[in-house]
Design a protein around this ligand. Structure first.
Ligand code: PLP
Length: 375
């Protein structure tokens, strides 16, 4: 099998040690070895989330978002969801299935929501829960204003639930500092682990709220996860042990590298790709100020389809990139900056973009030098 470099919106290429860690011997998930592993993983996750209470779920990101909504939003409760793409639509679908009274708030094209707009929509709707996708993987819209959004949410007596599936590890997050109530995320994006595990981290307001929410699921009962962890460093049901090994290894690599340096890797890579496209006369989505560190969304030149761009990336440059998403599905591709890659991958990604937009080697050299100077 040819090994392609994944520059997808997830999953991502793994560090070789993360790959290998999945084949460690199986252990008893009710034994001392697992408890040690779990303690280690939990302490690393606490650093990444900036809070103490992190439930480790055997599910992909969708499961974590569902668990978050099931535990912190009551049936019939009014919930505002900021509509920025496919994953906010999915959160809305989940919340509706769970009986919430969902109202979608669509920010201006190519933007996220401002605290002023959220404030006015909260006052109008009297919603008591806000759902937001911090980094909308389908469109590359990122909210760098989570702290301000949390502030207005709380001023309006609501709680804020954040989908950080493609945000965590690629952007700054500190739940205590930002005063976020609950955050869902998953392993297979900027945390550089295989798919299959996810998390819900939650703080005091959410925990208080959980007491008022009727139980609608056993598997997603976060109170149970907390109890099992606190009492015995275990999970309520059998966890995906091999994935926990891999997650532990990946988090170790990231924390040794330095979480801020890790975030910066994504930021610099995305910036140089956006810059190259714009300097070559192309366009990127979304608007400046709302662009993600982890997902770059070039609008394709006339006549180039996403399938064709993906084929060129794969066959000419050995890069596996994603197709477009949501309303810009037919005219864009998505290039992830997450996971394990060597510096030559950055060069190949820049050459691929130059190829696509008809730019010369001078521009590739200039932007690649900028990458090297800033990383
Ligand atoms: C922002 C966001 N939320 C939720 C999900 C769903 O995660 P999963 O595919 O792991 O279930 C994704 C997946 O790409 C995502 O990017």
């Amino acid at each position: 099998m040819k090994r392609l470099q994944l520059l997808l919106p997830g999953p991502v290429s793994l560090h070789p040690e993360v790959e290998l860690s999945q084949s460690l011997p199986m252990i008893n998930h009710r034994g001392p070895e697992f408890r040690e592993l779990m303690k280690e993983v939990a302490s690393k996750l606490q650093k990444v989330f900036g809070t103490e209470n992190v439930a480790l779920l055997t599910a992909s990101g969708t499961g974590a978002v569902e668990a978050m909504v099931a535990n912190f939003v009551k049936p019939k409760e009014k919930m505002l969801i900021i509509q920025t793409g496919v994953f906010s639509d999915r959160m809305a679908k989940i919340a509706r299935i769970l009986g919430a009274d969902v109202e979608l708030v669509e920010p201006p094209e190519g933007e996220g929501i401002s605290p002023e707009e959220l404030d006015s929509r909260l006052k109008e709707s009297k919603a008591t829960a806000v759902g937001i996708v911090a980094n909308e993987t389908s469109t590359g819209v990122v909210h760098r204003n989570l702290l301000e959004l949390a502030k207005v949410t709380h001023e309006n007596d609501a709680i804020i639930l954040v989908d950080a599936v493609s945000y965590l590890g690629g952007h700054e997050l500190d739940m205590e500092v930002m005063d976020l109530d609950a955050v869902a995320s998953a392993t297979q994006k900027a945390l550089m682990a295989p798919p299959g595990l996810s998390f819900v981290a939650f703080r005091e307001r959410a925990e208080e709220k959980m007491k008022e929410v009727p139980k609608r699921s056993l598997y997603w009962d976060l109170e149970l996860y907390k109890k099992f962890y606190e009492e015995k460093y275990e999970t309520p049901a059998t966890p995906a042990v091999s994935l926990v090994y891999a997650l532990n290894k990946a988090l170790g690599i990231i924390l040794d590298y330095g979480l801020n340096n890790w975030i910066r890797r994504h930021e610099v890579f995305s910036k140089v790709m956006n810059e190259l496209v714009e300097k070559a006369g192309g366009a990127v989505y979304p608007k400046e100020g709302w662009r993600s560190n982890t997902i770059v969304v070039p609008i394709l030149p006339e006549g180039v389809t996403p399938a064709e761009a993906k084929r060129i990336a794969r066959e000419r440059w050995g890069l596996d990139i994603g197709g477009g998403g949501w309303k810009i599905k037919e005219k864009s591709v998505r290039i992830g900056t997450m996971g394990w890659y060597d510096v030559d991958v950055v060069h190949r990604a820049l050459r691929f973009l130059a190829d696509l937009y008809g730019a010369g080697n001078d521009l590739v050299d200039e932007t690649f030098r900028k990458y090297l100077d800033n990383i």
